[in-house]
Design a protein around this ligand. Sequence first.
Ligand code: NIG
Ligand code: FE
Length: 403
Amino acid sequence: MSDAVWYHLNLCARGDVDDTVADAAIAVRDGRIAWLGAFAALPHEFASLPRHDLGGAWVTPGLVDCHTHLVYGGQRADEFAQRLAGASYEDIARAGGGIVSTVRATRAASEEDLLRQSAPRLEALLAEGVTAVEIKSGYGLDLDGERKMLRVARRLGERYPVAVHTTFLGAHALPPEFFGRSDDYISEVCDRMLPTLADEGLIDAVDVFCENIGFSLAQSERVFEAASRRGLPLKMHAEQLSNGGGARLAARWGALSADHLEWLDEEGVMAMRAAGTVAVLLPGAYYFIRETRVPPLDLLRRHGVPVALSTDSNPGTSPTTSLLLMLNMACTLFRMTVGEALAGVTRHAAQALGESRRHGCLEIGRDADFAVWGIDTLAELAYWSGRPLCRRVVRHGETVFLR
Ligand code: NIG
Ligand code: FE
């Protein structure tokens, strides 16, 4: 079936710009990589397989978008206009808009409708070489609504050739019916929603929005405790709008990642380093809410914290479906290097999902999931914006997207 040798390509197998092979080949058997390296060294046993000439294109691992909220109903262009007129993201949230307005639209949508609205967003990611994506809940904020979102996420993973990892983000915002009773809502999240949805096999990881307009450290810790009891990996939206110490808490609980981090301090960086917690940076949200404080990249570098990049695709702070644009923004706005940015959407993003052994790197024995790029140098992945660079996506050895 998919057994073949892909050749006449430049290989960047580990998402490392300093580790490439010119005129390379990849041999695929049963959907997995059987061999890869310089074409001239192709072992004899693969000589008889069908061959695909990639015309000198670059090949990277399929990209990993490790933080998205791409399942939701409606859009929030009206709030964008309000913000342009001077309101802040926090102002709008406190006035009953923001996340809660998407909650209304998401609750009102049927499962089919939600699937229909969300699918084009996943298609756009796939067309840019993404073969693994994380999708969070968090716009249902009740058992039925969260279940509906997570079911849609699972169905997207069945319908499209993309590995979908689901994250339960019941603690994303306070639903209106719990107004003034946030501790009670956290009890609902921990005692009912999380265990029920975990039993239904809908949760791969658990996230919490730790922030003044989200949930406190103590409430976040309750969510972590409930998730840990179930053996579920942890993530946190931390230090996005203020320095609340969320990243330290996330590290203390051994979270896979802490995400956003514009307000992260050195203590938080050191705690993340010690715990092996990945820093997921989200330049699309930084850009769209017109944040001016950049995440502390020098500290992250100095302490050797792995940095991932993601779209944060969502209707309120990052209405984008372009992971390549995030590379561009990470370089221009955060001053990341091209090498850092590419690592951020391959091996570091896989690590942020707890899937380092499955995604973000091409090696013998792994799934043959790779992206083929119409570029002359890898730097072009971060250089262009709005240009369709991805020529082909291969998943399990089969071409699943072709331009
Ligand atoms: O990652 N900060 C919290 N959650 C999202 C925004 C969600 C929304 O505004 O709808 C984020 O930025
Ligand atoms: Fe987010």
